[in-house]
Design a protein around this ligand. Sequence first.
Ligand code: MG
Length: 266
Amino acid sequence: MALSTPSAFAEFDAFTAALDGRRPALFLDYDGTLAAIAPRPELAVMPDGARAVVRRLAALCPVAFVSGRDLDDLTRMVAVDGLVYAGSHGFDLRGPGLRRQVGVEYLGDLDTAEGLLRDRLGGFTGVLVERKRFAIAVHTRQAAPGDKPAVADAVRTLVGEQPRLRLTGGKELYELRPDLPWDKGRAVLALLETLGLQGADTLPVYLGDDETDEDAFRALAEHGPSGGIGIRVMEEPAPTAATWSLRDPDEAVAFLGRLADWLAAA
Ligand SMILES: [Mg+2]
């Protein structure tokens, strides 16, 4: 785990040197990476400037989004045609000529859990139960502080009753997912294979900002001889398996713009 990671923006020349002549295949998280975190998920809008940069990059190298959002929601928020999108933390994948869903046999468990959560949490003002196809998120950012312990208890009790699901998160966001060995890291490795990006001429580069992205940083770090590069978007230094960092979504967009310029000139 690196505690201090160089800035891919401030040290851009060193970053491009690390590509070592290979074309990047970009994997991008959405929330907190290209769109600033907002009180409600629908308010976390990606700036038009970021969208323009993503469009430019998509003409220069492979680009995929990997997010905890529901696939349709993610696709709508990014709104760039022709990209690969992986929603529900990589359980739900779609792109040109590509469709894959992991954990379809868990949809009934998720339906049951969703109904129970809506019943049990309906009395708490400001608690948002959000169903994604392959996950259920419980957002408590808008809940009364005094209610939060009871909400946490209700969520944990329910997860105890649903052994086929597992709980992740835990601060202002709880998430129930199929209890399968699958995450953003496995999804990225599967995409590299499916999209034919395992050759020595390609280097996967993953940008993300939270713990779920660490799975992808680790997967790329362990990904054989060609490897991959992780870039953690973070305001404060934190333990990470990424080898580079960026400060915030604004700097991430600035970095990607520079990368597009550099690829276009190459
Ligand atoms: Mg994020």
